[in-house]
Write a protein that binds this ligand. Structure first.
Ligand code: ZN
Length: 97
């Protein structure tokens, strides 16, 4: 089990869809499957798969279609770790949405 270097929470390192290592939460988050329309959340499997879904609050876990890991958004990570800039393809897409 790894711990986040900044906040100390237990995390799991997986290889994300782009092949880069990324931290996910050790705990499981309940979700409902996404119907393909509009906004959705993303959760991750321990094997690095991405699940497009709607995250449920813990008290609605009995309605869940499944459980997966949330990306570790660190509350203590220094701010110089900014998200990567958009790729050309994403910029192009953003213009038409
Ligand atoms: Zn952290």
């Amino acid at each position: 089990m790894s711990k986040c270097a900044w906040c100390g929470r237990p995390i799991i390192w997986i290889r994300g869809p782009d092949g880069k290592r990324m931290p996910i939460e050790n705990g499981f988050t309940p979700y409902k499957r996404h119907d393909g329309r509009g906004w959705c959340n993303k959760l991750y499997t321990g094997a690095g798969g991405v699940i497009e879904c709607i995250i449920l609050p813990e008290d609605r876990a009995d309605e869940a279609d499944g459980f997966a890991h949330m990306f570790h958004v660190c509350p203590k990570k220094p701010s110089y770790h900014r998200p990567r800039p958009l790729t050309r393809r994403e910029k192009f897409k953003a213009q038409y949405e």
